[in-house]
Design a protein around this ligand. Structure first.
Ligand SMILES: Cc1cc2nc3c(=O)[nH]c(=O)nc-3n(C[C@H](O)[C@H](O)[C@H](O)COP(=O)(O)O)c2cc1C
Length: 204
């Protein structure tokens, strides 16, 4: 059974919902999973001043914090972050920056990896944010698993072939069900790639 880590940052909960759907899809495809959040970097006073942010920090308190050990444990990865000016959030980048030792030992090499994101606008930088996450994965030597146009659910979710992405609702409305369906699909696709690649990883 392949082991997948779904590691994300979310301030107000949208990316968390997508992360949960990716994990669901991976489990349904037979993977063992770990859902992990990266640590919040914003000062408490900043979080407290934003009701949506504060509510989500409380909501996600039970989700374990991501650690390098999760990256070592997993046979494949899904990483998610909201769009921040067209790139991933600093919190996820800081987590990546702590993985130099694992990268040096080739721990992530030849493992499949996928990305998910979202933004407030329909064209607010989703694709560039996915590329910023992919860029890190290229350096690790992971095998990028994009959805491409491999299933109808990709079109229904807006047609992003690079990864799963949402448009954030303005007032706390949930992520579109079509996007969650695409996230479950990507989780399943990642699990299937991990199942095939894992036994052969050392020969690649
Ligand atoms: C500092 C900052 C920068 C942002 N930059 C963008 C942006 O470039 N384009 C956009 O459409 N939305 C932008 N947003 C909106 C976020 O992408 C949106 O709130 C986020 O996807 C919600 O995800 P979350 O609920 O998981 O935190 C930005 C938000 C913040 C706080």
């Amino acid at each position: 059974m392949a082991k997948l880590a779904v590691i994300y940052y979310s301030a107000t909960g949208h990316t968390y919902r997508v992360a949960q759907a990716v994990e669901e899809g991976a489990r349904a495809a037979g993977a063992q999973t770990r859902l992990r959040r990266v640590a919040e970097l914003a000062p408490e006073a900043v979080v407290a001043a934003n009701p949506g942010w504060k509510a989500h920090v409380a909501e996600a308190a039970g989700v374990p914090l991501a650690a390098p050990e999760d990256v070592e444990w997993a046979d494949g990865y899904a990483f998610g972050s909201p769009t921040r000016f067209g790139v991933m959030a600093a919190a996820l980048k800081l987590f990546f920056d702590g993985l130099g030792g694992l990268w040096g030992r080739g721990v992530m090499a030849n493992k499949p990896a996928a990305a998910f994101t979202g933004a407030a606008n329909p064209h607010g930088g989703q694709e560039t944010t996915l590329h910023t996450i992919h860029n890190v994965m290229y350096h690790w030597g992971t095998v990028i698993v994009a959805p491409g146009y491999t299933d109808r659910v990709v079109y229904a979710a807006g047609g992003n072939p690079y990864g799963v992405s949402y448009q954030a609702a303005r007032e706390g409305v949930a992520v579109a069900p079509e996007v969650l369906e695409a996230a479950r699909y990507l989780g399943g696709r990642l699990a299937r790639f991990a199942a095939v690649l894992t036994p052969e990883r050392s020969r690649l």
